[in-house]
Design a protein around this ligand. Structure first.
Ligand code: PHE
Length: 450
């Protein structure tokens, strides 16, 4: 069996974990939710949840990984044999997400090439995205490229691949984000949009604000899908775990916040203050924003910079997904990294094909409004992740007991937030997670509007 590799130090660990956390969710979901749920007040709720709920869950996962030195599939079983099933459920999640996330990654590369070759007018056309995503061969080609790049990095290993790429990509991502944000908020009329994004609107605040913020937090911090357990298993014992978690959270939240400043004022200016143009998901990024870029001076250039930024955000997330899957299979079989990488690449490619073709030849296969891609997204994010997060809280809070995690964290430094951690894991988090699960399922069934 190969020796388990490690991140070289704290910086490498924090940037790799932040690379996983900062992804499409920060760019195409956070700004939309913040605008929809009361601007400043949403931001405040989100930050409060991040430093309590997000903090506790992330500490638990990383500590489980570091203590056991295993990926999710083995880690739960090592701590208590009867509960190894939690590891199995957690392991399925990255396997579901990796293929469709890479399909979207492929779209991002395509858009980058269009903007980089001056094609802002084409990309802004009404039917551009529809035609592109429905055309079988081209999206498959870009999907192949994106997944292939991800696989190459994972093949190079934790230290030479994942860590090296994160150390380069994450600082560049921050620079590009700041650049576009400054450009966006200095456009004429943009300040109105900044106000719309940030001014607290209490009339939009309700219990659903809290649930929406919590659901977003989950996804955004890459919690409850085995990723942080895997990354924790590569973390050296002398690194301060608690302060690493804080840094990852600050990184992730700062990028989400800036993404809002980057996107919302521009859409505001473009649409003359009509916020109906503000959508979430693929239509924001691939339909609305190209039109916004077209209306700006140097639109092709800004668009190209924007899509490189999104590419870095997406690829560091897909690397974390593939690394998690690879490490799970390696732990189970003892096979070498190269063999496992090839198998995972081929399987993820095959599994991604339905999502890739779901807007074209397979368009007739859908459940309600859900095409393949949305179905995978719903199953993993809205159903399986809350279930795993709930089980993790119960496992830590009542089976192995919080002390095991606290001791692991204290093996490197004093755990300052331990009281908060215990209350969150045992009481607050499980209740909220069940509420999220119920509301997202009801929402999908169109019973309530979130
Ligand atoms: N955390 C990532 C984001 O904000 C999403 C992600 C999901 C990353 C699943 C990896 C795995 O977009």
């Amino acid at each position: 069996m190969e020796k388990r590799s490690n991140f070289t130090g704290k910086l490498g660990f924090v940037l790799a974990a932040a690379g996983s956390a900062v992804g499409l969710g920060n760019i195409w979901r956070f700004p939309y939710l913040a605008a929809k749920y009361g601007g400043g007040i949403f931001l405040l709720v989100y930050i409060m949840l991040a430093v309590t709920f997000g903090f506790s869950l992330m500490c638990a996962e990383i500590a489980i990984g570091r203590k056991t030195g295993k990926s999710a599939i083995e880690a739960f079983g090592v701590l208590n044999k009867k509960y190894s099933f939690i590891g199995w459920i957690a392991s399925v999640i990255p396997m579901i997400i990796l293929p469709y996330y890479s399909v979207i990654g492929g779209w991002v590369i395509k858009y980058f090439t269009v903007f980089a070759t001056g094609g802002v007018k084409d990309a802004a056309g009404d039917s551009f995205f529809g035609n592109f995503s429905a055309n079988g061969a081209e999206p498959i080609g870009w999907f192949f490229v994106f997944l292939g790049l991800t696989a190459l990095v994972v093949l190079m290993g934790v230290e030479k691949g994942v860590e090296k790429v994160s150390k380069f990509a994450m600082p560049v991502l921050v620079l590009l984000t700041v650049f576009i944000t400054v450009y966006s908020i200095t456009r004429p009329g943009a300040m109105e949009g900044v106000k719309y994004y940030l001014a607290p609107d209490f009339s939009k605040f309700s219990a659903t604000t809290v649930l929406a913020a919590m659901g977003q937090l989950f996804y955004s911090m890459s919690i409850a899908m085995g990723i942080m357990i895997t990354y924790g298993s590569y973390m050296k014992k002398d690194i301060n775990l608690e302060s690493s978690v804080k840094q990852i959270e600050i990184f992730d939240t700062a990028v989400a916040f800036l993404a809002g400043l980057m996107i919302i004022p521009s859409i505001f200016v473009f649409s003359g203050g009509n916020t109906e143009n503000l959508q979430e998901g693929a239509s924001l990024m691939f339909k609305t924003l190209p039109k916004v870029f077209e209306s700006m001076p140097a639109g092709s250039f800004i668009g190209a910079i924007f899509f490189i930024l999104v590419f870095f955000a997406a690829v560091t997330s897909s690397i974390s997904l593939m690394e998690t899957v690879v490490s799970i299979i390696k732990d189970k079989t003892g096979w070498g990294r190269k063999k496992v990488c090839i198998i995972v690449f081929v399987c993820a490619f095959l599994l991604g094909l339905p999502s890739c073709l779901g807007y074209g030849v397979l368009k007739n296969i859908s459940i309600g409004d859900f095409y393949f891609l949305e179905m995978f997204d719903f199953a993993s994010n809205s159903v399986l992740m809350p279930i795993v997060a709930f089980l993790t809280c119960i496992f830590v809070g009542y089976v192995i007991k919080p002390k095991v995690i606290i001791d692991e964290i204290e093996s490197s430094a004093k755990f300052k937030g331990q009281k908060l951690f215990v209350v969150m894991i045992k009481y607050v988090a499980p209740i909220f997670i069940v509420l999220i699960l119920i509301s997202s399922v009801l929402n999908a069934l169109d019973i309530v509007e979130i």
